[in-house]
Write a protein that binds this ligand. Sequence first.
Ligand code: DON
Length: 567
Amino acid sequence: MRKRTLLILVCNFFFSLESSFGAASHPVYAREGMVVSASRWASEVGVEILKQGGNAVDAAVATGFALAVTYPQAGNIGGGGFMVARIQDGLTFTLDYREKAPALAFRDMYLDSAGNVIPGRSLSGVLAAGVPGSVDGLLKAWETYGSGRISRQQLLRPVIYLALHGFPLTRRYAQLLNVYRDFFAQDDGAAQVFIKHDGTPWQEGDRLIQKDLARTLKLIARYGREGFYTGKVADYIVAEMKTGAGLITYDDLKNYHAKFRPPVEGSYKNYTIISMGPPSSGGVLLIEMLNMLESFPVDSLGWNSSAYVHLLTEVERRAYADRAELLGDADFWEVPVATLTSKYYARERMRDFDPTSTTPSASVYAGLPPPTESQETTHYSVVDREGNAVSATTTINTSFGCGVLVEGAGFFLNNEMDDFSLKPGVPNVYGLVGNETNAIQAGQRPLSSMTPTIVLRDGQLFIVIGTPGGSTIITTVLQVILNVVEFEMDIQEAIVAPRVHSQWLPDIIFAEPWALSVDVQRNLERRGHTLQIYPGNAIGRANGILILEDGLYGGADPRGENAAIGY
Ligand code: DON
């Protein structure tokens, strides 16, 4: 591997490249089953598994592996993610396959001798990588909650085929790979696969072939988790660490295990919210924010009115202030989930809300004392004919992760270590700050914003939803849900509708360019808010399914090349 210079292209950049925001089309309708993911090829793999008799978990797992091939900037086996699922008999589970800090990781590993964060260290190169969790997680989900009718070989066969024979690039995907050319050129492994051999730019219709990745997938098909965490693939990962002072060892890989965790649950009016708890902040914040909103007449404020955006912003700043101070990996910290998601806490938190003026973030703090120590992303939604539902968000953090492709094994490693709080108060790549609860510790999982979510209406499956977007994930999921339940949009309209975002710090309301009329902007400024167009323009890329009595309605975000496919 050649010496790396810092070049980080965050997913927002990719959003701007991908954004086309076609006219709001209708949701995709199907009766039997539906997969909505960031790639047409991956959605097709999932639907094929459903047609072969697999359930939503089987299909989600196949889709997840397929995204590793057809959406390598995010849906990658070198990273991690979360799955939230509801099985038709009402059983819900969440699975945490978030990356872990290697055993050799330590608190100040990205600081220089003066105690300052070394720019780029936690983002670029192998030192930025946490121990990957996706393979163990996906296989664990399939083994535990799959239908039992689909073998591991069956799951992976179409995925291996896509890696071996390639898939035709769309115009936008070809353009993306061309934009990232200099980024790939810094890593021999990445350059071999992602820069065309004759040096010419990628064109629409070219096939992306990933032979080494196909071999890795074959090993997984044959040996299960052992095919990835031990043997040849482990050798390749550990060898890659040596090229850049990375920390992941054979033991880290062998000891990595995904964990089933209880979902966080809350209610909003007659809706039940089932989402991901720590080490994600997503579910807790989503429920906390919905609780804060519940006592306001949200629908009569009017969609994206100044009163509505003001209310959202005030709710968001309180919730994100709590995130910075109180949330972390529950294996290491007593995260006060029950309190943060309680109605009482939400009421107390909103006591100083003023509909006419802003509460500056500088005067907003976490609502509880900090606990003491107890010891480019993608989302896909799947529903099958039995009403089983899976909501899964997976990531290697920024697009193409730390930029290092594991040579011989064919996949990018994540740069998830940047999701830790490297130093109190110093923002990460998404501008998020944190403190003690999210400081680096060996074996700890970095705090995430990923919010795969399932919503029930009167106890019945209603929405399956999630999105990428770093810190904007939680507010995007919140707005899509409110668009459906308060503003009566269909799932496609709810996903297409322009979004706003705020996160306590920086004290700014970010908006997509067409989200707020000039009148609304003036009224928000009059209340004391500062407004800014979101860098890269587009906020999130949500993929969801709405389940109504007559069938399934898939919504795929036109901010990316997402595809809802049903049958
Ligand atoms: O886990 C998190 O919150 C981040 N690593 C997610 C990154 C992300 O969404 C990037 N994609 N746009």
